[in-house]
Design a protein. Sequence first.
Length: 217
Amino acid sequence: MSGARTPEASRRTVSRGRIDKRQAILEAAFRTFARDGYGQSCVREIAAEAGVAKPTVYNHLGDKETLFREAMRAAVGRTTADALAALESLREPGDEVRDALENAGCRLLRSHCCADFQALRWLLHAEATRFPDLLDDFQRNGAERLHEALADRLARLALDGRLDISDPDLAGEQFLALLTGPMERRSRLATREIPETELRSVARAATDTFLHAYAAP
């Protein structure tokens, strides 16, 4: 029969469904942990949030500790992907490097101030004693990846004569600091949502200061 599915197609469908369900559980777990904290969250609530039965959560991810670790790692992956995407304007900056830097800076600030990233930071700090390895994972797969990607973009701009940079690692660190440094005060420790106009203003000021040090002669 032309409509009959092959065993291979059936296996792919089952595999895809299992991946989708696991993803739904991880996202529901992160929302629950972010809302209630690790200690006050329970697998039953996470299962309800994900729209699955409690045994399904255990079948996919085992116990609560494993669920927390995997939900946090998934959140690191999501937020890092957003931050890395913000650097795309530096890959082909066009005629105005300044505009490309400001646009990248504004997108980086949006990712830095988004709800997922703020929840991730809060959970990492709150559970640092219980899960110290997750801080290492965040540094390695989050902050360091972003820093390395930014340093690479700046190095390429320097090689093209668009910027005057001898140490791209340091320059990248400084640009990120100029962007994110004001956010703790402006967001009142992540309790105030920063409007787009203010994010753009911070990105513009950071770019001005950065180019004062690193603009090509």
